[in-house]
Design a protein. Structure first.
Length: 189
């Protein structure tokens, strides 16, 4: 059981760094909640320990992007069942579609990953079950040339964490701490 607020701050940072790099980490697929009371699973792609910023990848056409553009409040929820630990992160979101950071991420992904941004936008209606992908790319990797139009649909979702609510379950007594900026306090679970 962690007994200092500094240890909890480190634990949160370690969990987020692990989530960004380890597919088996409980922090790899958090639930991301937008201000319109909607929530969805997303893959955590990056965590900057200096600024406490999370990076997700998404389709610029997805409904959540429009919601975030009009209200930047965001929540990110992690539950580690094995560790019996809940992390509730609250912060401010930013959608980035141009600039060096997004270009760098795009250039590091492969054409299979880029293919996800080549089809219909998320939520587009269809008369039949659909992957949204053009049929020639179902199960096939597009070429560098074919994947060019996907780039304009690719966006980063950056979350600047402002508050972290850490909750540890234990039959001897739960523990809970709240970090706001560089301050922290214990609170009753
Ligand atoms: C395991 C899992 C991982 C997902 N990862 C992402 C992701 O990294 N980015 C993303 O935009 N959507 C991801 N999705 C899809 C979203 O949950 C969601 O359905 C989609 O983004 C549309 O969301 P919206 O309608 O709220 O915009 C994932 C879904 C699952 C089940």
């Amino acid at each position: 059981m962690l007994s200092t607020l500094d240890a909890i701050r480190n634990d949160i940072a370690e969990r987020l760094a692990d989530g960004a790099t380890n597919r088996r980490s409980a922090s790899h697929t958090p639930v991301v909640a937008t201000a319109n009371a909607d929530a969805r699973v997303m893959v955590l792609r990056g965590f900057d320990p200096e600024s406490w910023t999370l990076r997700f990848h998404t389709d610029a056409r997805s409904p959540k992007v429009a919601v975030i553009e009009s209200d930047r409040r965001i929540g990110v929820l992690v539950y580690d069942k094995q560790a019996k630990l809940q992390l509730r992160l609250r912060g401010t979101a930013r959608i980035v579609t141009t600039g060096s950071e997004v270009e760098s991420v795009w250039s590091q992904s492969d054409n299979f990953a880029r293919r996800c941004y080549l089809g219909s936008g998320p939520g587009e209606h269809s008369g039949q079950p659909t992957s949204g992908l053009p049929s020639e790319f179902e199960g096939a990797e597009p070429t560098d040339e074919e994947v060019v139009p996907a780039r304009q649909n690719f966006a980063l979702l950056l979350v600047q964490i402002e508050e972290a609510d850490w909750f540890s379950l234990a039959h001897t007594g739960h523990r809970r701490a709240l970090l706001i900026g560089d301050k922290g306090r214990w609170i009753s679970p």
